[in-house]
Ligand binder design. Sequence first.
Ligand SMILES: NC(=O)CC[C@H](N)C(=O)O
Length: 309
Amino acid sequence: MPDLEAIVTEIADAMRARPDRGAVASYIPELARVDAGQFGLVVIDRAGQVAAGGDADIPFSIQSISKVFTLTLALGMVGDRLWRKVGREPSGSPFNSIVQLEREQGIPRNPFINAGAIAVTDVILSGHQPREALGEILRFMQFLAQDSGIAIDETVAASEKRTGFRNAALANYMRSFGVLENPVDYTLGVYFHHCAIAMTCRQLATAGLYLAYSGQHPLAGHSVISAERARRINAIMLTCGHYDGSGEFAYRVGLPGKSGVGGGILAVAPGRASICVWSPGLDAAGNSHLGRIALEMLVKRTGWSIFGV
Ligand SMILES: NC(=O)CC[C@H](N)C(=O)O
């Protein structure tokens, strides 16, 4: 077993010293105010052993990382019927792209691009009031992270709602094909709010444990999903979790991972650990610049890439 404490500390120190940080997301005005100098890394294993470095306990906007958890919830609600509304192929396009939707009858390529995540949110919303659906998502996060203090940052949600014209276009377009079933405003409201959940690296790494351990959450003492479903979600994270940067992430890191424009990445080392890294500056594809570099260092030191050492 590698000395995780030492490795995580070494990586956090190396990342803090780097001048290249990428650029914080500016299309959501509230995210543009975040200090790009921050960096956090947490690795948690089956026994709940934590190796933490840097700003491990500062909450940040989880943004698209929430899509892993909404996918898990939606699959729990409707099972494989979900795949009638959303595909599971990489898009090779930016996260907010609309181009494929017209050719593919309003069915988004996968649950992690914005269009796909909005379709998944719509499924969770069906038969519920927006407030209930959002409560369901938030309680699921609190349960997985074993922390009832986790909350939605209403300022971020409002900021995105004010400026989310692109997502509104995607949602209306899908509604025109009947892929969305609920009022577009309701679906978008729930979507913006679950993206605006604020969590720390420690909380997110804890929440991701069920994906690292075949659907079992060792700390919650619960089977969250079947081993088969966990494996499949990991596969979609690997192929689609970084949008048009997914190939590069697989090449450099080789772990299922999901990024968010808040600068977080949740990564899963199956059977070994759940990992969360955060650095708000992004690369051109909207994925954390230092986050990816840090994970690349981590897999080099640990040999945890699923593709070999
Ligand atoms: N990549 C992301 O994190 C995008 C999520 C963001 N809420 C959006 O819809 O644009």
